[in-house]
Design a protein around this ligand. Structure first.
Ligand code: ADP
Ligand code: ASP
Ligand code: MG
Length: 414
């Protein structure tokens, strides 16, 4: 029975992290497929590099490149005793340098994927060579050759026809496999990515393709809690969740699981374990087919730094079906996803993440609507709410908008 493990950036942020992951792998029976993210915050650093490169700020781009390389060399030095010891890394570093020494194309998102993908390529090459040197035989797979997508760069859609077949071919047999999260490739072998934080989704795609029984994603938290412990120190563990509940949590923005991860797993009844890489033997959270959630406690999800906009048609027309279609098409055009929407006779309101296009969105909206907006608001969702939980979370806060159903209460807070 094949297992799939996924390790995020936090688990491999330094040499000790890599050694810790290695000790988890050593304890696990094979065949085992491990999916690994970029080390630490390297995806952010590579985003900076991409921006400078695309804006043709040569010097800035070179500086960002040097920082990324130095970060990895430090880890390599600690692991191998010599910063130049990892051949696969040296080759990749040369090709990245080659890319940024040339002119960028005019396609922002294409260049983004070409550059940001180096984070996962670097981390997996380093870890694969480290394992080999440490006597842990493994096979490095370039996921871009098997996880096939369309060419919607930065948010690519999986080709579900080709991908499972290619994955089964690449990961057949016994042993230990190592591959990259987050990345894909078009049928022309151009690099794509699945959206930020997409490595959980990669693990699910591979598990689905391999008919795995379970996937484990190893995190810096003991499992799924009823709130983000960084924001709510007294958050409590949830031992077991249904796929439905987990999908809802991810949909409302709980960072712990990427929203696309659950569907492929649910479709084949594959169990998802969320466990702590800091405490390997603790049970963590199990997500499977069941009714609801094991703990009857309110679950809090906070999306910070949101835009909140309210618009009203200038000509006093009602917000009816046709108007709604028009409004939603405008948001769609700018690829802005609404995290909350609400309408009344003459108003339509929405809460969303600023993806860099919201200024242009506002301009277009202003052509036909009166527009009012707030920046930097918080969107709080409480599932399984109680009157006390609402009171506790909203006391002393200005509520700009709210939406309460039987199970879920949502508030836009200043
Ligand atoms: P990865 O290392 O896989 O990228 P993330 O950092 O994306 O992991 O996700 C783990 C983080 O998610 C935790 O550090 C925690 O702060 C946050 N988080 C948000 N909501 C929850 C929740 N309900 N339960 C557990 N962790 C949560
Ligand atoms: N490295 C990517 C990111 O930080 C993918 C991931 O970690 O899931 O977004
Ligand atoms: Mg992450």
């Amino acid at each position: 029975m094949i297992r799939v493990y996924k390790f995020g950036g936090a688990s491999v942020k330094d040499a000790d992290g890599v050694r810790n992951v290695t000790s988890i792998i050593r304890k696990t029976e094979q065949p085992l497929i491990t999916v690994i993210s970029a080390m630490g915050k390297m995806t952010n650093a590579l985003e900076e590099l991409h921006r400078s490169f695309f804006e043709k700020k040569q010097e800035e781009a070179l500086g960002a490149y040097e920082n990324v390389i130095a970060y990895h060399r430090n880890i390599i030095k600690d692991l191998f005793g010599d910063g130049d010891a990892c051949m696969g890394f040296n080759d990749l570093a040369r090709s990245l340098k080659g890319i940024i020494s040339q002119e960028p194309s005019m396609h922002y998102d294409y260049e983004y994927d070409r550059i940001v993908s180096f984070g996962e390529l670097f981390s997996t090459k380093i870890i694969s060579e480290y394992w080999a040197a440490d006597g842990l035989a493994n096979k490095w797979v370039d996921v871009r050759t098997v996880l096939k997508t369309d060419d919607l760069y930065r948010d690519a859609n999986v080709d579900w026809e080709l991908t499972p077949r290619l994955i089964r071919k690449a990961f057949d047999g016994k042993g230990l496999f190592l591959t990259q999260g987050f990345l894909g490739g078009t049928i022309n072998n151009l690099t794509t990515t699945l959206g930020r934080e997409g490595s959980d989704y990669t693990a699910a795609i591979i598990a689905y393709s391999m008919d795995a029984k379970e996937v484990t994603i190893w995190k810096d938290v003991p499992g799924v809690l009823n709130a983000d412990p960084r924001l709510f120190p007294d958050a409590v563990m949830i031992k077991e969740l249904s796929y439905n509940e987990a999908i809802e949590l991810a949909y409302y923005g709980a960072q712990v699981i990427h929203p696309k991860t659950l569907k492929p797993l649910q479709n084949k009844d594959i169990i998802l374990n969320v466990k702590s890489f800091l405490d390997h033997d603790a049970p963590g959270t199990r997500i499977c087919e069941r009714k609801g959630i094991s703990e009857q406690v309110p679950v809090y999800i906070l999306k910070k730094d949101q835009m909140f906009v309210t618009i009203s048609p200038r000509d006093f027309s009602f917000i009816m079906e046709d108007k709604l279609i028009e409004i939603i098409s405008i948001f769609r055009k700018f690829r802005i996803r609404m995290n909350l929407m609400q309408n009344s006779a003459l108003n339509f309101s929405a809460c969303f993440d600023d993806n860099g296009h919201s200024e242009r969105l506002m301009e277009v909206l202003k052509d036909n609507f009166t527009v009012r907006y707030n920046q930097g608001v918080n969107l709080l969702t409480i599932r399984q709410y109680t009157p006390e939980s609402i009171e506790k979370m909203t006391v002393d806060k200005e509520i700009i908008d709210s939406q309460v159903t039987r199970k879920v209460a949502r508030f836009v807070l200043k």
